[in-house]
Design a protein around this ligand. Structure first.
Ligand SMILES: Cc1cc2nc3c(=O)[nH]c(=O)nc-3n(C[C@H](O)[C@H](O)[C@H](O)COP(=O)(O)OP(=O)(O)OC[C@H]3O[C@@H](n4cnc5c(N)ncnc54)[C@H](O)[C@@H]3O)c2cc1C
Length: 290
């Protein structure tokens, strides 16, 4: 959220939010996806209607990570329903303590609660919460998603698992297996390639350029690497690796099973790999829409 507020926020929003973000004092959730609007985000239905000094928000978001822990929601809502769907969308910074917000947990298949459904029922948001230009939110979102996809966490979220399986393989002597050695070498090569993609994105950001196809390539490659890493870890440990933390003999406190079960999420959250490949094809390579 920081780069978006830096780019589109008012001086007051920058003064209020940026120091707290840097200090790690506030948590944001991202209120974009809806039951009928994921990849096709412009189809969102949540409405924000002007009333005096406020927007009145009604609608529903889904898959909202950490909404139950967040102080603020970076909310995307429709402010003008009478124009083509990519227009008439605006972005609002919503205090999650505002009356009318209901959060319902969604438990994922690892058994954890990290994302939620969020319902907005006549939620009054001060107009000073608008980020950037009213009705021009779609054009801001594109840049915001590029920032969201640019983070090195797309490569690193399972890194300790890579280190742990390396240590385990050496300690148990399974490194003598040619197949295991090849798989681990392959992972190291892929990790190094992922690093170069992430560095390229960081280099563009440092020059003030919003990475677009580069961020899509980094996110698609790195998250697919994360999945291959989880797959390899579970193969190295075999069925024993599938035990969840509540079993006393679980290796690595269930991290392998958890990583394996969570892995499908990597290539969905923040834009699916298919959508990212569309971005690489059209905006990166200049190919016509398929
Ligand atoms: C772990 C996790 C955390 C998330 N956190 C958040 C969050 O904090 N905030 C938030 O707003 N959202 C969040 N999301 C939602 C996420 O952004 C959406 O799930 C994602 O954008 C896909 O949308 P969808 O689920 O509606 O699937 P759909 O858009 O319905 O896609 C279904 C399938 O169709 C394919 N598809 C769709 N359109 C096209 C097309 N044009 N061309 C080719 N293929 C296409 C997709 O690739 C996918 O395989 C999270 C999701 C996950 C899994």
């Amino acid at each position: 959220m920081g780069p978006s507020i830096l780019r589109y926020g008012t001086p007051e929003q920058k003064a209020t939010f940026l120091p707290k973000i840097i200090a790690g004092e506030i948590v944001f959730c991202i209120g974009m996806s809806e039951p009928g609007a994921g990849s096709d985000l412009a189809g969102l239905q949540t409405r924000a209607v002007e009333e005096g000094d406020y927007y009145i928000v009604n609608g529903q978001k889904i898959w909202t990570s950490f909404a139950h822990l967040a102080d603020y929601c970076y909310l995307v809502a429709r402010t003008n329903p009478d124009v083509p769907k990519h227009q008439g969308i605006s972005e609002l910074l919503v205090d999650m303590r505002t009356p009318g917000i209901t959060i319902k947990p969604i438990v994922d298949m690892t058994g954890a609660h990290h994302f939620n459904e969020v319902f907005f029922d006549h939620v009054r948001i001060p107009k000073s919460s608008l980020v950037g230009e009213k009705d021009r939110g779609w054009y801001q979102i594109a840049a915001q998603l590029d920032y969201e996809r640019s983070g090195i966490e797309r490569l690193m979220s399972n890194y300790s698992l890579l280190q742990t399986i390396m240590a385990h393989v050496q300690a148990t002597g399974s490194s003598r297996s040619e197949i295991v050695r090849h798989r681990l070498a392959q992972l190291h090569i892929e990790f190094t390639l992922g690093k170069f993609l992430v560095y390229k994105v960081a280099w563009l950001l440092s020059r003030g350029v919003i990475p677009n196809a580069e961020a899509a390539a980094a996110k698609a490659y790195c998250t697919e690497f994360e999945q291959r890493l989880a797959q390899t870890a579970s193969e190295v440990f075999g069925s024993y690796g599938q035990l969840m933390p509540d079993s006393p003999r679980t290796p690595l406190n269930g991290r392998i099973a958890r990583a394996y079960l969570y892995a499908p999420a990597y290539t969905i959250q923040g834009g699916t790999s298919t959508i990212l490949r569309n971005i690489i094809a059209m905006r990166g390579l200049g190919l016509p829409p398929g």
